[in-house]
Design a protein around this ligand. Structure first.
Ligand SMILES: Cc1ncc(COP(=O)(O)O)c(C=O)c1O
Length: 282
């Protein structure tokens, strides 16, 4: 794989890429991002990721420097030039370089970049070890639906989890679980799949949307409501989703064991998600 980056319309070597010190992304986290997974050199759910990018950018008043269709073509071009196959595309859009001032510049020149990074192949559904989740207070802002590059609370939560022997941290406020530091959370009670509704408290995950779409195929009824922390230990199955992990089944939540191995419904969901991945990318 080559190490090329698309930066403001040019494809150059990563080693030659330079971002200005006064880029507002660097100084104010004034920007948004996307992570798109490639399978077999093909981006999965690219249109959905670009639609979310557009929504996030619009929400903070940054204009995409090129139309979505053209951006999609440029992403394909970089994937080919990097010869990326099992990888991710990291894309970031900021309000660009301007003399430091909280106020927006009059004529912003957004910085848009994307590059690819190889990823290890994912384990077959059900074969990974279960994720261990701990809870942390949700101290984030109320616009979590914007895929903001201001990820410090998420970074701190994730590191708190790792430092305490867990894999991922779940944000909790008022006894309700919203999502995790870089994944959405689902609980299964009987034949009902429960996950926090889209809105201010969660990122509307692209994988989350795919799961909600596929769930009826495995006989699951959907209930979009926050999971209460007090009911988690009674969940039949618990799992988390994201672009880079697809589905991870959860073995532990704080001190409670949820399931000792991947539950049957989670396994079925993961299998049909994987079927969709294969159908869309082979
Ligand atoms: C806070 C948060 N929630 C959920 C997700 C999952 O979103 P997606 O499925 O689009 O990767 C992510 C992914 O990075 C995230 O950062």
């Amino acid at each position: 794989m080559s190490d090329l980056i698309w930066l403001n319309g040019e494809i150059i070597s990563m080693a030659d890429a330079r971002i200005g010190v006064e880029d507002r992304g660097y100084q104010f986290a004034d920007g948004v991002y996307e992570v798109i997974r490639l399978y077999n050199a093909k981006p999965f759910t690219l249109n959905e990721h670009l639609a979310r990018l557009h929504q996030s950018a619009q929400a903070i008043g940054i204009s995409l420097p090129l139309p979505i269709e053209q951006l999609s073509r440029e992403i394909h071009k970089l994937i080919a030039q990097n010869n990326a196959k099992e990888a991710m595309v990291y894309l970031q859009l900021t309000r660009g370089v301007a003399p430091r001032n909280h106020q927006f510049p009059d004529q912003p020149k957004p910085t848009l970049l994307f590059y690819t990074r190889d990823l290890p192949p994912l384990p077959h559904p059900g074969e990974a070890t279960g994720a261990k989740i701990c809870s942390v207070p949700d101290e984030r802002w109320k616009c979590c639906w914007i895929k903001s590059i201001a990820l410090l609370p998420n970074v701190l939560a994730k590191n708190h989890a790792i430092d305490h022997g867990f894999d991922e941290a779940a944000f909790v406020e008022g006894g309700l679980v919203s999502e995790c530091s870089s994944s959405n959370l689902f609980a299964i009670f009987g034949n009902t799949l429960v996950t926090h509704p889209a809105g201010p408290c969660v990122l509307p995950g692209i994988t989350r949307a795919a799961i909600l779409d596929l769930a009826p195929q495995v006989g699951l009824r959907i209930d979009e409501r926050p999971v209460r922390e007090s009911e988690i230990s009674n969940a039949d199955e618990l799992f988390i989703t994201s672009t880079t992990r697809e589905i991870s089944w959860v073995s532990h939540y704080n001190q409670s064991t949820i399931t000792p191995r991947c539950g049957q419904q989670t396994l079925k969901l993961h299998q049909i998600l994987r079927n969709k991945v294969v159908a869309d990318t082979q």
